[in-house]
Design a protein around this ligand. Sequence first.
Ligand code: HAM
Length: 416
Amino acid sequence: MKLQSVRGTRDIYGDEAQLFREIERQFSQCAKIYDFQEIQTPIFEFTQVFKRSLGDETDIVNKEMYTFEDRSGDSLTLRPEGTASVVRATISESLLRDLPLKLYYSGPMFRHERPQKGRYRQFTQFGVEMIGVDDPVGDIEVLSFAWNFFKSCQLDQKVQLEINTIGDDESRGLYLEKLKSYLEKYKNDLSEDSQKRLIKNPLRILDSKDQSDQKIVAGAPTLADSLNLESKSFFEQVVNGLEKLGLSYQLNPLLVRGLDYYCHSVFEFTTTHLGSQNAVLSGGRYNKLIETMGGPSTPGVGWAAGTDRIALLLEKPKKPHHTLALIAATDKGKDHRFQLLDELRQEQIPSQMIYSGNISKQLKKANKRNCSYALIIGDDEIERGTYELKNLLEGTQETLTKSELVSFLKKQDWGL
Ligand code: HAM
């Protein structure tokens, strides 16, 4: 049997690997500007960490988790998302004594979903969690961070922010009753999935992709009409804050999100460039999650973005990684090259040797390997103490001493 990667997993290399690095670089730079600190949590946790937090009836817990028993008989799960792990860490590391916590993270997540473009079983997320701020400024700040990230990647024209409120427990409880009694009337016309959700998780019927469900939902009572004063005022403050900062948004009254821990603001940055997997960043407020997981009652708000999807939106990297090729013309040249290569690398000049072939073959390989310069080293060059530096992009050539060579190469933009 030919070995291959597991369905829904991918090897990331070349241009795409460079895009991943660039996304992470822009994200961690934004994190510094917004004063968030990095946290790294394990890739797997006790299964309870996710079961307790995400909700027993969510798709993730019900059918998407990679859960296994380890050799000690413990039930472990590969993390399907970052929020539950971060919250678990803040409790077990006693970080909640010093609030607010502004944390950021990135890394692989695992969900057993049906793979398609932009949806994988192992994917990369980066995200932020602001813990201990119950004021709407927290929501506004994390959304401003998200917009700034998209601006720094020049993606702000390709995404839009959709936002909604699902209110506090009281408002949502009231709404769920109204929604259920409305949907009961159309029970038999709902899709199979939605019929199941009617019993276990009726809110999710609002964002069903099924067309006949959508027709039924169009006549349903709205969440906005069930909001109590506090929930209404909270959301108004969030939206006003966005307006004050000039951050554009669209209200989407059907946005409810697929995880149980949310309350008040829920939001998604979507794009029209990716087909059906159109959410590139999503999140919301979670004021009960920390308590549910055994910590003190502490509010939180945050989001996570899909690196794989954002990489699909970006142009191929403009500046390929250029290097200098060291080409040996003789055996002596080979020896000399070995040492010179080391000296150049110590000076932070990206350089490589072409391992085999005569001069013209080595030059051809250098061109293929994206080298912008080539240095040919033969016995004459070693004797004279000067080098012939070829500019492979322009076809010019210059004779330089070693110190001239080093100072010239150090001044070049290598895209490091
Ligand atoms: P989520 O909506 O499940 O939220 O995932 C966040 C983002 O991860 C999505 O918007 C999408 O870009 C990406 N994503 C999700 N599943 C996949 C997949 N199978 N393949 C590729 N990309 C995917 C959360 O995970 C929450 N923890 C967000 C959050 C943080 N809420 C508060 N704080």
